[in-house]
Design a protein around this ligand. Structure first.
Ligand code: ZN
Length: 242
């Protein structure tokens, strides 16, 4: 059985379709989404509906709750706030209800899912460094904690004894007894300098995880952002991957 794992789609339908095609081609039959389905991008309803069609396990991101005002948008930057106000007006009643009902955490089958951090998923803090990840290990008992939020893919492995370490390879095998903090990167707005959409495949039987970077039609997404009247910076940043 293979899980397709992705995060931070941010209403970028072209990137989402590219990632799903890759994951299906690689044999994924179940899907895990780590939040921020909407915000920044031009296709909030279509992205929510596509993810719903997968029957994916999904947790809420700060932009999902921000778009429906379940989280205050005061802490967001100007462009993000503008995009959230626009998104809130676009959402259908059905999709608004769907976002409202997304949980902050989902824990099943040895996988702990949150958008931000397992210690306080409602505070939207970033897990960015090896030290941050080490601090989070005691807040989940499952083998793997999957998260998103920073849009920077990374993997930290913590053996049952000894120090945690960063794993820098695209593909790795789970070590028996170890725990993992894994950031799935971002589908719709990568910020690690690579403009391609990011996703992850978890092969349960082989105990391997593999990152994929998938090219998509950035120009089309940018055109839609401009046509919707969203801030120009949200279009240009997709060409730079930050
Ligand atoms: Zn995000």
């Amino acid at each position: 059985m293979k899980y397709g794992i992705f995060s931070d789609v941010h209403a970028n339908l072209e990137a989402l379709e590219a990632v799903l095609a890759k994951l299906v081609e690689q044999g994924a039959t179940r899907f895990l989404c780590l939040g921020d389905l909407v915000g920044y991008g031009p296709d909030p309803n279509a992205c929510i509906e596509r993810i719903r069609s997968l029957r994916a396990r999904v947790v809420a991101g700060n932009h999902d709750y921000g778009a429906i005002r379940r989280t205050s948008t005061a802490g967001f930057n100007q462009a993000a706030r503008e995009a959230l106000a626009w998104t809130g007006k676009q959402l259908t009643r059905h999709n608004r209800l769907y976002l409202e009902n997304l949980p902050l955490a989902d824990v099943r089958d040895s996988i702990h899912m949150v958008h931000a951090s397992p210690s306080a998923p409602d505070r939207w803090e970033y897990v960015l460094t090896l030290g941050d990840a080490e601090d989070e290990i005691e807040y989940f008992s499952e083998t793997i904690c999957l998260l998103g939020h920073s849009h920077h893919p990374f993997v930290v492995e913590c053996p049952s004894r000894g120090r945690c370490r960063l794993i820098r390879t695209e593909s790795f095998r789970l070590s028996p007894g170890a725990k993992y903090v894994i950031n799935a990167g971002s589908v719709g707005q990568p910020r690690d300098g690579d403009t391609r959409a990011c996703c992850l495949l978890y092969d349960i039987n082989a105990a391997t995880l593999t990152f994929f970077r998938v090219p998509y039609d950035i120009a089309t997404t940018q055109e839609k952002i401009r046509r919707a009247g969203l801030p120009e910076s949200l279009a240009t940043r997709l060409s730079h991957g930050y």
